[in-house]
Design a protein around this ligand. Sequence first.
Ligand code: ADP
Length: 632
Amino acid sequence: MGASLKNRLLGHARFGAHKPKDSKELTARVSYHLSASLVAFVVIGLIALVPWDGANSYLTDMLWRVATPKTALPDIRLVAFDDASAYRYTSVTEGIPAPELVGLSDFLARAQPRAVIFLAPFSTSRYSKTELESLQAAFGKLHHVYLGYTEDEMLGTAAPEPLRAFAFFPAFVSRDHQSYAADAVSRRVMIEIDSVPSVYSVVANDLNSAFGLNRSRYERNGTALQTYIRWQGPPGTYPIGSSRAILDGDISPDEYKDKIVLVGSLRHMNRAHDFAFTPFQGTSIAVPTLEVAAHGLVTLLRDEGIQKTPGWVDLIVAFIVGIITVNLVLLLSPGMGILFLLAAVSALLVTSWLLLHTVGLWVGVSLYIFATVFSYYLVIPFRLVYEYRRRSHYQEKSEWMMQLEQLKSHFLSLISHDLKTPVSTIQGNAEIAMRDAQLPPHLRGVLSAIVQTTEHLSEYVESVLDLTRVESAQVPLQKTTRDINSTIREVVKEKELIAREKNIDVQLRLEPLFSFKYDVRLMKRVLANLLENAIKYCPADSHVLLTSKEQGEFVTVTISDDGPGIAAEERDKIFDKFYRGSSVRDSGVKGSGLGLYLVKYFVELHEGLVKIQSELGKGTAFTVQLPVEGGV
Ligand code: ADP
């Protein structure tokens, strides 16, 4: 199994474009494939019992009609006693008049063909004794002459007395009247009927010593041995010469030298019998039987009759294509499924065409196509059940997830609110206690540690509160018109203490700016987070610079430090929720990993941008760009 097919079976396919995440789902999918394959197997088996001859013949006729390469045998010449020839005689109802046959024989005796086959009734009821004797004399001048009788009732009878010396065999052109497609189309050429060889197989035997060595290739049908005609081209491949033209001297005998000449009847006026239906044309007088006989004769001369695939081969192929279709269509999206179906049907037709025209194999293409189309439709109910189950499974899951999410938000806000009050009480009391001038120094240290820790804690709580608000999309923008420089100054004042502790010089380079509309609380959170980060991550005794300026329709505030910088590969990640830089995680610098996530969220809420410039070992600059549109 190829890697991609394996992936698909394991769920990377577009079966509703999802992956089966758990083994339960995988088992469900495998069981769908197995059960659909089993149903396809059983139904195709049952359907194969239906006779497919009609549909198979219809489709294969179509394959003959589509570009049959011309492979005519140049040695073949056809001569017909036609309507034009019949004008010579006052009343001709059946067969070719004896004087016409005598005339043709004399002409052919001069032409010296390789073989001549006369296709006519040759019964005593048609020709008088004198006529038969004249025929005997005329045929006697020819070297290889064969008499093929065309009437069913003559089967097995001997030739009339004067013609006994000549090869006398049935020359029926078989039509699918009762058996096979039962549509009266001629597709077969007889080799033997009731153990009597047909004139075509006798000629083939005489002219091709290799003919008939492998008789197992031929098909038995009742008492007949037969094969299917390999058409050498569409109708008209073998043009038919009129016996009138020959006897009027319009055609030179040289035309027939060393040829195999088939002589027969072809009369539009009153003998529909002289015409046959073929895979190419099914209209009453489209193709002369004489031409069909030529195709049959050449098929045997070359010994390359078409073979039908045995029923068991058709059944196996139908199973294979059906089961492949079921399983692939289960894996594909509906659109791709239709494409696959069209591609599969076309591939089956093209392959059948190739097999027919190259190796001469007539495959049960209609059964294969039916198996493919049927399997495609069979998949639909299986898909529906599968999709329905999966959907309800996901619905359950997502409802459960929603509940969980709500619970989490409630829990977080509960904790944060409940923590906020006691933490600020502790902080307030510690600050009051520190005001006592007589406080012993060791207690002052303890109290200052309490104040610092509670400050961290309340900031942490504030961040978590912000996060829960952000996640439940409850952060409405409350814009007021203010000068951003004043907000910057307020934030710097708030962070003065921690900057002083590290002896960090916070410098301001603020351009005078117009006021514009922004949410003061949120922007304070943004600037406070950025400034605090700069102070936190900078080494002691360094600098932090805050600048503000107007750039077109934006106001930008940049906070730059001389800190450690941020590695390029981390620059995207630092804005993720709870992400902390790899170097700071174990450094003892406290943090929640929420600061930059909230910064980005709040700035984007203002339709602004956060940009970062950083160089490892040199420092970092965060720039907040806010649109001033709507300012005053
Ligand atoms: P934290 O609570 O860890 O500070 P933030 O979301 O504010 O979380 O920042 C995420 C990470 O970005 C930090 O853990 C740190 O690695 C990196 N970082 C943020 N600001 C700076 C800075 N000014 N200098 C160096 N690294 C910084």
